[in-house]
Design a binder for this molecule. Structure first.
Ligand code: PXL
Length: 331
């Protein structure tokens, strides 16, 4: 903006004849103002692009299997967002169907990470939490939110703990209650249907769902505290699957559904959450962001399905970056 104004002033000063012509002919005057506003807009956009947004990503690092940090880091980086990683656990692979994985709990390292970052005066445009490695980490992440919350940053909680009606092996029902408390502090939460029912203490229903059921879940989830809800795994028939959104302030509900692809692919929740955050931080609204994330995730699944890769090895999101960047209007 500053560069734009400076340029305009020098243009006016150096082009006396031009400004005379402009002030005498209203048509030129209007054209001149419009083109000046366009130039300012272009320079503003360039300046916004130059300003790098930063996310704190609080997830596990599963070395193989493309989920959590190994999905969040590449997806956010590709979308032009700097990402700082606070690992909650370090595993050789994720726990979804791959036997013999190693597991290093990072609970004792998390507060020292937080204190060091605080001492460096780092600030974040968003804090994005996902898979937590122990019950104690719920309190640590809650404190992290308190330490790094700003007036205008975004706290996104993906309450990773369950899918297909079942808690992941390492979590207990008490953990689900603790996760509900963490969600109270979020601006936006991204549960799947199983996680939503656990957060609400309701019985899991395998679907297909009715709109009334989904909208009732969205409303109750928003009553926990977050202003915005993105619910994944929504389907009304066997043909289509996608996400529903609810914005408490506007009262608007939205849906993006795409053709269902057979099979259960691992890590898709993390691919979805990372693409959603990438879109939100690049200026898209809630429902548009969910649409971008649904298409990015569905196309990643489709490529993997066609390639007949082992479904436990994660989805091919990497080949979706050109399309994602187009949707984010970054190219
Ligand atoms: O994508 C969720 C997830 C994240 N991290 C680990 C997991 C899972 C799901 O199973 O095992 C380690």
């Amino acid at each position: 903006m500053y560069i734009g104004k400076k340029r305009l002033n020098s243009l006016m000063k150096n082009n006396g004849c031009c400004s005379n012509l402009i002030s005498n002919v209203p048509y030129f005057k209007i054209l001149f103002i419009i083109s000046h506003l366009l130039i300012i807009e272009i320079i503003d956009n360039m300046e916004n692009r130059m300003f790098l947004k930063r996310v704190a990503a609080i997830h596990d690092l599963s070395g193989f299997g493309k989920c959590s940090l190994t999905a969040a880091l590449p997806i956010l980086s590709a979308a032009g967002i700097e990402t700082s990683a606070l690992p909650t656990a370090v595993l050789s692979t994720h726990t979804g169907g791959l036997e013999g994985y190693t597991y290093m709990d990072m609970t004792s390292e998390m507060r020292p990470f937080m204190e060091h970052w605080k001492s460096l005066n780092i600030s974040f445009d968003a804090i994005y939490s996902g898979f937590l490695g122990s019950f104690e980490q719920l309190n640590i992440v809650s404190d992290f939110f308190d330490e790094f919350r700003k007036k205008d940053n975004l706290i996104l909680v993906d309450p990773v703990m369950a899918d297909n009606g079942e808690l992941y092996k390492i979590f207990t029902p008490e953990f689900a209650l603790g996760m509900r408390k963490l969600c109270e502090k979020a601006d936006i939460i991204v549960p799947n249907i199983t996680e939503a029912t656990l957060l609400l203490g309701e019985k899991y229903c395998p679907g297909p769902y009715s709109k009334a059921y989904i909208e009732d879940l969205l409303l109750k989830l928003s009553e926990i505290g977050p202003k915005q809800i993105v619910l994944t795994g929504v389907f009304f028939d066997e043909e289509e699957l996608g996400a529903a959104t609810y914005d408490k302030q506007t009262g608007i509900t939205g849906y993006t559904l795409v053709s269902k692809i057979p099979g259960y692919y691992h890590g898709t929740g993390d691919v979805f959450g990372s693409a959603l955050l990438a879109a939100l931080l690049n200026g898209s609204g809630l429902n548009d962001s969910a649409g971008i994330a649904v298409r990015f995730t569905a196309n990643s699944i489709l490529r993997t399905y066609k390639a007949k890769t082992d479904i436990r090895f994660g989805v091919d999101f990497e080949h979706g970056f050109p399309e994602l960047l187009k949707e984010l209007k970054l190219v």
